[in-house]
Write a protein that binds this ligand. Structure first.
Ligand code: FAD
Length: 427
């Protein structure tokens, strides 16, 4: 059995480790010159030295927005590589160190083909996939055959932009959070940040330290409760651009700005999948997939890491363990018809709960249920329920004290088994 893993970020490394454990041959294709995916910081934006998109939205001052206690692979808790590390919120460098140690501990590095950009994948008959890649240093194009393809290419690469009336009138700078690296270039500027997801919130904190003011445009109820510096103005959704520097909001008010920074998320993208793979992106849902991961018509292809608002590393871990159990033959997937119906049923259920159809892969409150479902079907170890508890406690703490929630904190369970954050300095 030959398995191709596309991408050597956290998802790809975890996939490779579990495939290797099965005794299958595994090649991991990575277009960059190093492993770690988005956690590898670079000053570069736009195109790399070979003329390909720089694949990282990582910025200089990023600290994790989740504690490390929910950012690990189950066979490699933080205490293994870093027994002395107590703080919960860590730097991007710490996360990259963790991934490098993971790769070394399980000897995954020799499986990774660096500087290999996968350009085309197509099925050949029912049992084979042809993977064509470009070896960037020599520009050589090579095709190899595999029985299984695990797509782990990440989904923070292609920006998504909202439709705003009369965008063309705006004459200032327009940027997307993918290309934000540090706050230096925002000094003294009037900045409009659109979107209040994790990036929008974090970049508001960082840019407001140097900007004249930051206008944070959002439609989230949580943002209303969060406290920022005095130079942050909260506004509802942008409704139109009025002139070269003026923006109007849904409440009829206007503001002037020099820069618009779109923190409006990303699109799924698989430019290397040939049409014959039969994978489509419909209304931000990758289809036709079973359990958000297994290609229903061709189960020898799977996608690790599509769902969002999750504890990503633990999700990669359980998705990969599930899929490897399937590859090993330990359990059978339902019939094609049943898998299609299961997916349709989930769509119906989400629609009844009022979840917008373009958020099919969003987990959030559904996360634990999703993991339990995978664990049950494949008879594998569950994701501990404390993970969800820690995530909720983190969200509360973030709302309470947005500016400082990461500083000086570590997460523990109290004597009633509640998750709480404690301060080092008050120990
Ligand atoms: P990536 O890390 O994007 O890895 C994909 C890899 O595939 C890349 O190395 C890329 O070069 C490679 N690749 C893509 N296309 C090709 C191709 N055609 N050929 C070859 N190689 C290819 N999660 C947390 O748990 N905690 C956090 O605090 C947190 N903070 C985040 C902050 C930001 C700004 C962002 C964007 C995300 C954050 N996340 C966080 C989520 C984070 O994305 C996941 O934790 C995880 O690291 C993503 O891993 P991945 O392997 O799916 O994707």
């Amino acid at each position: 059995m030959r398995v191709a893993v596309i991408g050597a970020g956290a998802a790809g490394l975890c996939a490779a480790k579990n495939v290797k454990d099965l005794g299958f041959q595994c090649d991991v294709f990575e277009m960059r010159d190093t492993i770690g995916g988005i956690w590898v910081f670079t000053e570069q934006v736009g195109m790399d030295a070979y003329g390909y998109t720089v694949h990282t939205p990582m910025y200089k001052e990023l600290s994790t927005n989740l504690p490390k206690e929910v950012m690990y692979f189950t066979d490699f808790p933080w205490s293994v590589p870093f027994p002395q590390k107590n703080e919960s919120f860590i730097t991007r460098g710490d996360v990259l160190d963790y991934l490098n140690k993971y790769a070394d501990h399980f000897n995954i590095r020799p499986l990774v083909k660096l500087n290999c950009l996968v350009r085309n994948i197509c099925p050949v008959g029912d049992t084979c996939w042809e993977v064509t890649y470009l070896y960037k240093p020599t520009q050589e194009t090579i095709t190899e055959s595999y029985n299984v393809v695990m797509v782990c290419n990440g989904h923070y690469n292609i920006p998504a932009y909202p439709e705003i009336l009369f965008q063309e009138l705006f004459q200032g700078e327009k940027q997307h959070s993918r290309d934000y690296r540090h706050n230096g270039s925002y000094k003294g500027k009037r900045v409009l940040i659109i979107g209040s997801g994790p990036s929008g919130v974090d970049l508001t904190i960082q840019i407001s330290q140097v900007a004249e003011y930051v206008i944070l445009s959002n439609h989230s109820a949580t943002v209303a409760k969060q406290t920022y510096r005095e130079n942050v103005i909260k506004k509802p959704d942008v409704c139109r651009i009025v002139d070269h520097e003026t923006v109007e909001f849904a409440d009829g008010t206007t503001c002037k700005c020099d820069v618009i920074l779109y923190c409006t998320g990303y699109q799924y993208s698989f430019p290397f999948l040939d049409d014959s793979c039969g994978v489509k992106i419909e209304n931000a849902a990758v289809q036709p997939l079973y359990k958000h991961m297994v290609h229903i018509q061709r189960p020898t292809m799977c996608f690790i890491g599509l769902p969002y608002l999750v504890a990503a590393f633990l999700m990669f871990d359980i998705q990969t363990r599930y899929y490897c159990k399937y590859l090993e033959g330990s359990f059978k997937l339902p019939s094609t018809q049943d898998m299609l119906e299961d997916t349709e049923e989930e769509k119906r259920w989400r629609s009844e709960k009022g979840i917008p159809s373009n958020r099919f892969h969003m987990m959030g409150l559904l996360e634990q249920k999703y993991y339990d479902n995978l664990a049950e079907e494949a008879c594998i170890a569950r994701v501990p329920s404390v993970v969800a508890k820690i995530k909720f406690a983190t969200k509360d703490r973030q709302t309470e004290d947005l500016k400082n929630y990461r500083k000086d904190r570590y997460v523990v369970l109290d004597d009633k088994n509640f998750v709480i954050y404690k301060s080092y300095s008050s120990r």
